[in-house]
Design a binder for this molecule. Structure first.
Ligand code: ARG
Ligand code: ZN
Length: 838
């Protein structure tokens, strides 16, 4: 049941058009479809179906004889299909019973679909693969007032999509919905109706998503010359959704948490996510829909590129430096972790059992970094030419990474064979830097290596673009940024200089690598204070902090005044943006420290990491001490709440400072903020602080105010688990699961609670008695039969188990064995098998 990239073959018979009609019913929806089929080579036509009650199959209007077809459990095989024919099927499905949230399902009384990657086969018989592209006519029969599908509406509930698309982009929505509407005129002069559809009562929370959509449309025209191509663009918010959102042609379906926002209910982070995800799904219209993937191994072709584009968009909307630092933090937290463990896989995997297990940080975020490197290596001009060529040459096609790279080989007149290793070699490359200075000669030695990963013991050297500059001892830049390519295992750079400079390397995080660079603190302090590259400044501070924390954990080292002074100076530096200062104040996460200790050959102790990190925060709080209230007052954002980056940055710094202040005043300031906040960003910051100090009332107060609001209550569930003491965390989580409003079939609620423990409270999850592991396993096994996708995804909590001590490893192994023995879904079975093999 493993699928291999090497086995790709085109279908012998394809489908060019679908006529599908739906008679909606919760328990018995009837789907009648007519496929226009066309032979393109010899062989049998094998259609996909899953859980369908097949009522009839006819070919050119004639019921199929038994010897002309085989109706299997998951396949319908036509033995001697003619060159051109119409295949008609009628099936029955039960959307109300579909708790996997894949295919056609119901969420809060509305019908909706999720077809990526292989959900269409749960709706009707079809060639459910991305290289089969067809036009669609869809008719929806239902009493519900709003009936939506892809394309343009011809009559009530009758839709036509003129753009050929694969099945995974099909969508249908039906329900009692209300729209907030607007319009956009494209650069080609086409008027597009824009609608954001939500349940009645939510319409006052749609403005920001709609605004983000218009900005995305304008940006894609301006930056990539891409205009929208239908007369309507619909977004629908759905409460039960396995992922963030889905780019169905002309009908994007969103997890409601990434649509609905008001100042009272959404945080700045929610607003930023809404902006980014609305843009991401919109940008897919060209990178994904007009040009799609030949097969699922090419997933990064659309996802890496679209993440790259949404990151560029967010940089333009919110400021380059802060956005870039945030994206790098996210990459390191999720992708580097993935790359370092049993689930490591290439950006373009070569085999899989269940494709849904490969919607990963590696495919998405590392995929985006690979594209960023490509742009750096060939330059902005060749990049623009190559992308334009890609759109021109491949519009309407289902493509591969080879197609993608070929346009840049042409545009840049450069061979990309070695660069392509970024798509096939898993693991995070290490770049070791050593400096030498004597007699006016400064030399940098560079050495690269890529660690072994599952199935890939030996690696070849990669092309690594290293952006660097040089500063003098006083911090003046003496050589501006240039990019050198490291293409061999080792290389050196030399410069004639009177004194040893301060090297600023990996500026802007020019490659997704781990830098190994032992250097004097003085150099790092110079970079932190003076570097012209904001990422590199922030990075210098992060390395200093990490070094302090690692030594405090492993050798009981004290937090030295030099470091604390540098942190305090930056926190108070009015020349730096507040958002940047907030990022600079953030200490490396507990998970990051655990991984780094492990790589340094030290077995991480989760409790010790937790306590040491708190001690470091306390040391920073004491250093800033009486300056904290004034610093925080200076970050006030008077007037009406604005989600824009400037105010959000002030609130972010204010929240960091409030956390420090809470360590000194026991929560007095946080209590005042909580009681007076007029927005959810400040309120959540204060809520977290009050939970940290064990405030006995705040959880009940929050609940009294917000029990009616599902999205806000997700925050409540998560925060209580994440901010419980490590000793209490599992107990708190367990108690919360007993509440009537803990509905595990809602993925947001499940992720809030379980993720609150596994990622929000690592010391609680890794309790030495194994209770965290057992608790999470119990819930994964409970969810798996109904929703394998989310269960499998959440199982990644265990992917770092090999870092820990023998006792903890034995406890995790017990749980992995328990899952393997429980006859899990294909999704969960694949994940568990990969993690057990470590
Ligand atoms: N293509 C969607 C996005 O990037 C993700 C949908 C993935 N869904 C899934 N079931 N694997 O926004
Ligand atoms: Zn995407």
């Amino acid at each position: 049941e493993t699928v291999h990239l090497a086995d790709y073959a085109p279908v012998p018979v394809t489908v060019t058009h679908l006529d599908v009609s739906f008679q909606l019913d919760p328990k018995a929806t009837r789907v009648s479809s007519r496929l226009t089929c066309k032979r393109q080579g010899p062989g049998e036509m094998v259609l996909n179906g899953e859980g369908l009650k097949t009522l009839s199959v006819t070919l050119d209007g004639v019921p199929l004889d038994a010897d002309r077809h085989t109706l299997g459990d998951r396949t319908l095989t036509l033995h001697d299909a003619p060159d051109e024919f119409l295949l008609e099927t009628v099936v029955e499905i039960a959307p109300a019973d579909n708790k996997a949230l894949s295919g056609l399902y119901m969420s809060n009384g509305m019908y909706c679909t999720q077809c990526e990657a292989e959900g269409f086969r749960r709706i009707t018989w079809m060639l459910d693969r991305p290289d089969v592209m067809a036009t669609y006519d869809v008719a929806i029969d239902s009493d519900l007032p709003v009936l939506l599908s892809n394309g343009n509406e011809r009559a009530a509930g009758v839709w036509h999509d003129p753009w050929p698309k694969p099945t995974y982009l099909f969508a249908l929505v039906a329900g009692d919905l209300v729209a907030t509407s607007d319009s956009f005129t494209t650069m080609e002069g086409k008027d597009v109706a824009l609608n954001v559809w939500v349940r009645p009562g939510d319409e006052d929370r749609t403005a920001y998503a709609l605004d983000a959509l218009k900005r995305s449309m304008a940006w894609d025209e301006e930056v990539y010359g891409r205009a929208y191509d239908l007369s309507v663009f619909n977004i629908v918010a759905v409460d039960d959704f396995n992922m963030g959102a889905m780019e169905n042609k002309g009908l994007n379906v969103f997890n409601s948490r990434y649509v609905l926002a008001s100042p009272e209910t959404a945080t700045d982070a929610d607003y930023a996510n809404i902006e980014r995800i609305v843009a991401h799904e919109y940008f897919h219209n060209w990178t994904g829909n007009r040009i799609t993937c030949r097969d699922w191994f090419q997933l990064c072709l659309k996802e890496g590129l679209t993440v790259f584009r949404d990151e560029q968009f967010s940089q333009d909307q919110r400021g380059y430096a802060v956005q870039r630092i945030g994206d790098v933090m996210n990459l390191r937290a999720r992708q580097f972790r993935e790359d370092a463990g049993p689930l490591a896989h290439p950006v373009r995997p070569e085999s899989f059992v269940e494709i849904n297990n490969f919607y990963t940080a590696t495919v998405y975020e590392k995929g985006a970094e690979v594209i960023g490197m490509l742009r750096t290596l060939i330059g902005a001009e060749a990049w623009d030419q190559g992308v334009a060529l890609y759109f021109e040459r491949h519009d309407g096609e289902a493509c591969t990474i080879e197609d993608w790279l070929a346009v840049f080989e042409e545009a840049a007149e450069r061979d990309l064979t070695q660069f392509k290793l970024w798509y096939s070699q898993a693991g995070t490359p290490r770049v070791r830097v050593t400096e030498h200075f004597s007699d006016g000669l400064y030399r940098i030695d560079l050495a690269q290596s890529v660690p072994p990963t599952p199935g890939q013991p030996d690696k070849q050297p990669m092309v690594i673009p290293l952006a660097f500059g040089l500063l003098d001892r006083e911090g003046n830049e003496i050589r501006p940024t240039e990019v050198r390519e490291l293409t061999t295992a080792g290389d050196s750079l030399t410069f004639d200089l009177a004194e040893k400079p301060v090297l600023s390397i990996l500026r802007g995080f020019s490659a997704p690598v781990i830098l190994e660079f032992d250097r004097p603190d003085a150099d790092r302090l110079t970079l932190l204070a003076h570097d012209t590259d904001a990422f590199s400044r922030w990075e210098a501070g992060r390395v200093l902090a990490k070094d302090r924390l690692m030594r405090a954990i492993s050798e009981d080292a004290e937090f030295d005044a030099g470091w604390l002074d540098a942190v305090a100076t930056l926190a108070q530096d009015d020349n730096a943006e507040p958002a940047f200062r907030a990022l600079a104040l953030a200490l490396p996460s507990e998970d990051d420290l655990a991984q780094s200790l492990h790589e340094a050959g030290i077995v991480p102790d989760p409790d010790r990491i937790h306590l040491t990190r708190r001690a470091a925060q306390m040391a920073v709080a004491e250093r800033l001490a009486n300056a904290l209230p004034d610093l925080r007052a200076a970050m006030a954002t008077p007037g009406a709440y604005s989600p824009a980056a400037e105010d959000a940055g002030k609130r972010a710094l204010s929240a960091s400072l409030l956390k420090l202040q809470t360590m000194r005043d026991g929560g007095a300031a946080a209590r005042r903020v909580y009681d007076t906040a007029d927005n959810m960003t400040d309120r959540m910051a204060a809520f977290a602080c009050l939970l940290d100090v064990g405030d006995p009332d705040v959880a009940a107060q929050f609940e009294a105010d917000w029990s009616h609001d599902r999205l806000v209550m997700d925050k409540w569930f998560m925060a209580q688990v994440a901010h419980a003491t490590p000793v209490d965390a599992v107990g708190v989580a367990e108690r919360l699961t007993k509440r009537a409003d803990f509905d595990p079939s809602n993925p947001n609620r499940f992720r809030a609670l379980i993720g609150g423990l596994t990622t929000g409270n690592p010391a609680g999850f890794h309790r030495a008695d194994g209770s965290g592991y057992a608790f999470v396993t119990d819930w994964l096994l409970r969810l798996d039969p109904s929703n394998p996708q989310t269960a499998a995804r959440m199982s990644t909590a265990f992917d770092s188990w090999r870092r820990y001590d023998a006792d903890r490893q034995a406890l995790v192994r017990e749980q992995l064995d328990r899952m393997a023995a429980a006859d899990p879904s294909r999704d969960l079975a694949e994940m568990v098998a990969r993690m057990r093999a470590a």
